[in-house]
Design a protein around this ligand. Structure first.
Ligand code: ADP
Ligand code: GLC
Length: 487
């Protein structure tokens, strides 16, 4: 197969900037595509701190984007991850800020302008580099205007005549709704403010732009792909998605095994063959968090955005009963202020049993994944979830609500006693969570069976290779659909 030329556009890419799993995906999938011999290039904004912490060089080029009758420009910087070229669009007024999408007080007021600029800038980057992509792969609402610009501003531009588009929904809960004045600011036709285009309950939705105007739409697991076509999980988009169902696909994320490797832990490395290091990691974590150092007490850990999506309502409902179980609970999270305050209060009232660390801390997250016995993830919805996959690598068995990607990756002993790698429940209730936790604790007590399950979980492979092949098929489909559409 001839090499496919792919422009991969994302608003966060690990290790350069990260708030969640999208960054993990954007940091890994392009590498997997390159390994298969394809010409993939990544573009993201030059957020604060990237240029000082990573090795990027100015290309000397820049992009010009008309915004409200003036030209805004961004300098282009180039770096790489495992041979994949990464380009940063450097426009300090938009991107040199504390935070990617907002500060503690809320989202930045000019997010629409920032990411509309980013999308058009990414297209201009292709021209500046003379890189004619076969396909442009955009991710989440921040990239929603990519196919919109291509189908309007650049519709007759010979440069992009053969470029197909693929758009991935990582989380339908974030839709990028803004005032229709954005259209005028970016020279887009007011006609786009229609129900069959970007209009969504009186606003314009950038996510809708991505879904409606792209040739192919994907989301990050099969189950989530089905769920989002129902009113319960559709966030108001289920009708729109059902209408696109023949070009909507689920592709399960992978995990970069080199990035999440218990054998690379600095202090107490371990592997499925030698679990001594894992016990040492647990001791060290208990000590670090001020919990009683005791191998026999099951340590439940959670590394998560503090957001309703992640099931905190259930944990709060189940709290009293959970604190009566013979367990320790450690949470590393940041996000919603009120949740942070309520859990801080609990950390004070249940000191020694429950430890809260607020903030985004990757090094500490590794110590959580490595030192825990159980990884709690009772999500209300979960498009894919990478945290449970990371936990598996470190032998920390997930306790999850069976939804979206959690349903596609975690098998409960009640579903399959041989292939089980965690524990799951379906109803979104505290009772179901507690029942599941109790079952997990019974397994923990049966040491031999527990170790067997741990070892099996650690050897499971959720690599990017399978997904990369699937994306290549879908890139081809996107090009076909694009050609059909232009005839
Ligand atoms: P989501 O993208 O919805 O947040 P995922 O499970 O796909 O959920 O990915 C979350 C990613 O972010 C994982 O790599 C996880 O380790 C990381 N993460 C989440 N919260 C924190 C935190 N407070 N500190 C460090 N890493 C975090
Ligand atoms: C989103 C989802 C998460 C998924 C990640 C990467 O943030 O919430 O489930 O794993 O994107 O696709």
């Amino acid at each position: 197969m001839p090499a496919v030329k792919i422009l991969f556009v994302a608003s966060e890419v690990a290790p350069f900037a990260k708030t969640g799993g999208l960054a993990d995906v954007a940091g890994a999938l392009p590498k997997a595509l390159r390994k298969l011999g394809h010409d993939v290039r990544v573009v993201m904004p030059a957020y604060r701190g990237i240029l000082s912490r990573f090795s990027f060089v100015r290309t000397g080029g820049s992009v010009q984007v008309p915004v409200g009758g003036f030209f805004e420009h961004a300098d282009i910087w180039q770096g790489a991850m495992a041979g994949v070229p990464v380009y940063l669009l450097d426009h300090p007024e938009y991107f040199d800020r504390h935070g990617l999408y907002g500060a503690a007080v809320g989202d930045f007021a000019d997010n629409a302008e920032r990411f509309a600029f980013f999308c058009r800038g990414a297209l201009e980057l292709c021209k500046e580099l003379d890189f004619v992509p076969d396909v442009i792969h955009g991710n989440d609402w921040q990239c929603g205007l990519l196919p919109v610009f291509l189908r309007s501003t650049y519709q007759t531009d010979p440069f992009f005549v053969a470029t197909g588009t693929l758009f991935t929904i990582h989380n339908l809960g974030y839709q990028g709704h803004f005032a229709p004045t954005l259209l005028k600011l970016f020279g887009l036709s007011a006609e786009l403010n229609r129900i069959d285009a970007l209009e969504f309950y009186g606003a314009i939705s950038l996510l809708k732009g991505g879904v409606v105007f792209s040739d192919v739409v994907t989301t990050v697991s099969d189950t989530y792909c089905r769920e989002i076509q129902s009113p319960e999980y559709g966030h108001g988009f289920d009708g729109i998605l059902r209408a696109q169902h023949n070009r909507l696909f689920g592709v399960l994320n992978g995990l970069d095994p080199d990035d999440w490797d218990p054998q690379q832990l600095p202090d107490h490395p371990f592997s499925s063959q030698d679990l001594a290091g894992k016990a040492a990691c647990k001791r060290a974590l208990q000590q670090e968090l001020g919990l009683k150092v005791d191998a026999e007490i099951p340590l439940i850990v959670m590394v998560s955005r503090l957001d309703r999506q992640k099931g905190f309502e259930l944990i709060e409902d189940a709290w009293d009963a959970m604190m009566e179980l013979p367990v320790q609970f450690a949470l590393l999270g940041s996000g919603n202020r009120e949740l942070e305050e309520r859990f801080s209060a609990r950390a004070r009232s249940h000191a020694g049993r429950f430890a809260l660390t607020t903030g985004f801390n990757e090094d500490l997250s590794r110590r959580f994944y490595a030192g825990g016995d159980l990884f709690l993830m009772p999500s209300l919805y979960e498009p894919c979830g990478l945290s449970q996959l990371i936990a598996l690598r470190y032998g920390t068995l997930p306790v999850v609500r069976s939804t979206g990607g959690l349903a596609d990756t975690i098998l409960d002993p009640q579903q399959d006693p041989i292939l089980a790698n965690g524990f799951s429940f379906v109803p979104y209730t505290a009772t179901a969570l507690l029942y599941c936790l109790n079952r997990a604790l019974q397994h923990f007590a049966a040491k031999g069976a527990w170790q067997k399950m741990m070892r099996y979980a650690m050897t499971q492979e959720f690599t990017w290779q399978v997904a990369a092949h699937r994306y290549l098929e879908l890139y081809r489909l996107a090009q076909e659909i694009h050609h059909e559409g232009r005839r």
